[in-house]
Design a protein. Structure first.
Lengths: 261, 304
């Protein structure tokens, strides 16, 4: 079997942080595939909730194209609504881990999924928030997921904060009344895993085998700190890689666009 | 508020009677139960200047924007979630002002839900999750009062609040309805219960009309009691290409086809000509889609 690509490795690294039996809030796109892979690898008992009010506690027969593809509601134990999902489950602290995709993310974990360039005359217009703002505002153990290794995805500061990270630093988030314990804890991408220091600034905590600190530094739009003696994250073993590849092939059948190569 | 039997209109007549140019209109659905058939009818009748409110915009809003029907949009997300691929018309409108400029105002989904809940309950405001410091808190276009921060009167600091949203007209897709307007939804309901109650006038587009005794078998599924409903439309497959829980699945190939065709203005126009104008009405649209495709998407079997 060919060695894992870094994109494939990202799924193992992210899924590895998901604890069996946990209640997860899972956002749109790659986080959905990541939690599905975790369910298949080591966490069959996770309970996944979506913003529309669906509770998914088992492997669905097909990968939903989004939380609102009601393939996600197949044999669901609960179909409620957004007030339940975003406030009664997430806001109340009943959700233990939150996964959200971060198309563009800055030094303090602020995510932009709205607009690049001036808001009223954007260079690139993106979808907007959906529930992403609430996931970042309220989510405990918040993990950001980005499949990009393009420097444009990691500016020093984003043009528009769709989902609040530590804003201009952890103190600002506290001052504005965000609940303690919220705010991004990790970011996973094809390079490895990133964490946030006490000031809310992102640093490289673990890199995938073969990724050098210089390569990591070159990917970010600010001089990112790489933890000395950072962890070297293991490549997937053959069984893990098989599951990841099955799920990526399945995602493709379900009209997901996979990165080239 | 009215009781008794409700007018049952064709989609064409409902649009003629209730949606003039410039109408303020909240459209239901959250990437499932999106009444796409309504958007098609608005395009066929060449509506202009609409103020569209929709939590998850999706292909439906993309089509209204591409066809030049909407001038204003209040939304939390507009994208084609299959792929996912961009909502190309939405992008062209905001990046290049094609076919014309639109004004956009944004709320996050949680804030949108709370604003509708305040409207539904006729309360002066609702507290929401902290959003201070985010783009949609600071960036305000035509709703300068979409957020405020107040002191918690019970102690504990600042609270972000949203005002009541009371759309002049709401049109929602539901699974079934009776002649009195009792409307039922199955599966997840997103913000729909509050959104329906927030609207000053309410039209439901149902997959089927059923006898009231069928409604009585599942009273907990009624999302709008008849007295809240002004008019009823019965239009099977009205939510295609999104899902209707218990009735049909999301049509992935059709979403992909739309995503591909709408990449260019010319391609989008071809989609409008072939699938919207050329089909005449929603039954015509479904005939073009074909019974084989419909059979593949159908979940509902006899004896639901």
């Amino acid at each position: 079997m060919a060695a894992a690509t870094r994109f494939e490795q990202m799924f193992l690294t992210g899924a590895g942080r998901i604890k069996d039996g946990a209640v997860l809030f899972v956002g749109f796109h790659w986080p959905m595939l990541m939690s599905r892979i975790a369910r298949r690898l080591h966490a069959p008992n996770i309970v996944v909730v979506y913003e529309n009010g669906i509770v998914e506690d088992r492997l669905t027969s097909v990968l939903p194209t989004s939380p609102c593809d009601l393939a996600s509601a197949e044999q669901a134990t609960t179909c409620a609504g957004s007030l339940e999902a975003l406030y009664m489950w997430l806001g109340s602290g009943r959700v233990q881990m939150t996964l959200v995709e971060a198309a563009i993310v800055d030094r303090y974990g602020n995510v932009n999924t709205t607009a690049v360039g001036p808001y009223l005359q954007p260079k690139v217009r993106l979808p907007g928030s959906g529930g992403g703002t609430e996931l970042s505002s309220l989510g405990r153990d918040l993990m950001l997921v980005s499949a990009s290794v393009n420097k444009r995805s990691y500016p020093a500061s984003v043009d528009y904060i769709t989902s609040p990270g530590y804003l201009s630093g952890a103190q600002e988030r506290n001052r504005l009344g965000y609940k303690p314990g919220t705010g991004p804890k990790t970011l996973v991408n094809p390079l490895g895993i990133f964490k946030f220091d006490e000031n809310g600034e992102m640093y490289a905590a673990g890199l995938h085998a073969g990724v050098t600190p210089d390569e990591a530094r070159a990917t970010f739009g600010w001089p990112i700190k790489v933890q000395s003696n950072h962890e070297v994250l293991p490549a997937p073993n053959e069984d893990e890689l098989k599951v990841i590849r099955q799920e990526l092939a399945h995602a493709k059948e379900r009209y997901y666009l996979l990165p080239e190569g | 508020v009215s009781t008794g039997e409700k007018p049952v209109l064709s989609l064409r007549d409902a649009v003629r009677r209730y949606v003039p140019d410039g109408q303020e209109l909240l459209i239901g659905g959250f990437a499932f139960s999106d009444p796409t058939a309504l958007a098609h009818e608005l395009i066929r009748q060449k509506r202009k200047g609409l103020y569209i409110m929709k939590t998850s915009g999706g292909v439906l809003v993309d089509q209204l924007v591409g066809a030049g029907c909407a001038d204003r949009l209040l939304s939390c997300h507009v994208w084609n979630s299959v792929g996912p691929v961009p909502a190309h018309c939405f992008r062209r409108a905001l990046e290049q002002r094609k076919p014309h400029a639109i004004e956009i105002e944004e709320l996050s989904y949680g804030a949108f839900t709370m604003s509708l809940l305040a409207g539904a309950c006729d309360l002066p405001f609702m507290p929401t999750t902290p959003v201070q410091g985010t783009g949609h808190f600071t960036q305000r276009t035509f709703l300068p009062n979409k957020f405020a921060v107040v002191d918690n009167p019970f102690g504990g600091g600042a609270v972000c609040v949203v005002p009541p949203l009371k759309p002049a007209l709401g049109v929602f897709h539901v699974q079934r309805v009776d002649k009195f307007g009792n409307a039922q939804m199955f599966g997840p309901t997103g913000e729909m219960r509050y959104a329906m109650a927030a609207c000053k006038k309410l039209i439901v587009i149902a997959e089927e009309m059923v006898d009231t005794k069928v409604i009585r078998e599942r009273p907990e599924a009624t999302v709008a009691p008849g007295f809240m409903v002004d008019a009823v439309v019965v239009e099977p497959w009205a939510a295609h290409p999104t899902d209707s829980y218990g009735y049909y699945y999301r049509d992935l190939p059709h979403n992909a086809l739309y995503g591909e065709m709408s990449r260019t203005e010319e391609g989008f126009q071809r989609y409008v000509d072939e699938w919207i104008i050329g089909t005449g009405n929603h039954a015509g649209f479904m005939a073009k889609l074909g019974s084989e495709r419909a059979a593949e998407l159908r979940i509902r079997k006899e004896g639901w």
